[in-house]
Design a protein around this ligand. Structure first.
Ligand code: 1GP
Length: 244
């Protein structure tokens, strides 16, 4: 899955990931509507109460797209997925979210043969007002300090991670600041994923131009699955422009 994603980024300049919360009761309807527009499906949420095995299987069957788990905790793992973001919430105040939870999950990931994709998860303002900000006890990076987000990305690349996710939190009032993305991309040799609060194609276009390699949308997809077509067009248009 990681090499497929790298290929998409190399050829098209940017990839589009749709996040489906498995607790969303109309997940099958969402999967059906996004299957022709997303490059990859990310499955996860901060509060997991569903039957993840069956739902992941359904999403895979409906979309026929690669699936990446985005676990909110150690229970967010299922053999039905192709890959998993093996992630450290780098700027959590609690070492559980930074290193204990991924370590507790690692044997299951190996046993089930799920591809781990090493990823640094970095929480930036306004993540404090979202579920992941609360659950993950994030030491929030102010959007006025883009260099701090960039330093985390450089640090992640020095640790050998290949992906950094600049997260504003699902349902965030505003997305990650462009300057944080641009500074991170300039400083660190790492793929940058950007998500949280991206609601329209213009915003997605801008984020890609400033350096995002992957754009994630979740809430938009739940509220208006028809909008993903426009979203894809904007991401690919910006991606090709970046490659010029
Ligand atoms: C959450 O970044 C994702 O991890 C998606 O956020 O729901 O705001 O699109 P939204």
């Amino acid at each position: 899955v990681e090499s497929y994603l790298n290929d998409v980024i190399k050829k098209e300049g940017a990839a589009y990931a749709v996040l489906i919360d498995p607790d969303e009761k109309n997940y099958a309807e969402i999967a059906e509507k996004v299957k022709d527009y997303a490059d990859v499906i990310i499955i996860g949420g901060s509060i997991g109460i569903c039957n993840l095995d069956d739902i992941t299987k359904d999403i895979k069957e409906i979309t026929n797209l690669p699936t990446i788990l985005f676990p909110g905790n150690v229970d967010g793992i299922t053999k039905e997925a192709d890959a998993l973001f093996y992630m450290t919430l780098m700027n959590s105040k609690n070492t559980y979210w930074a290193i204990t939870a991924p370590t507790l999950g690692c044997i299951k990931i190996k046993k089930e043969g799920i591809e781990p994709i090493p990823m640094a998860y970095i929480g930036v303002e306004p993540i404090q007002n979202t579920a992941v900000g609360y659950v993950g006890e994030v030491n929030v990076i102010p959007s006025a300090k883009p260099e701090i987000a960039a330093m985390y990305c450089l640090s992640a690349s020095y640790f050998g991670m290949r992906w950094a996710y600049l997260e504003a939190g699902s349902g965030a009032k505003f997305p990650i600041d462009n300057k944080a993305i641009a500074t991170a991309k300039h400083l660190a040799d790492i793929n940058i994923i950007v998500g949280g609060g991206i609601r329209n194609p213009e915003t997605a276009f801008e984020k890609v131009i400033y350096g995002a390699d992957v754009i994630v949308t979740g809430t938009l997809t739940e509220e208006n699955p028809e909008a993903v077509k426009e979203m894809r067009n904007a991401i690919k248009k910006a991606g090709l422009k970046k490659l010029e």
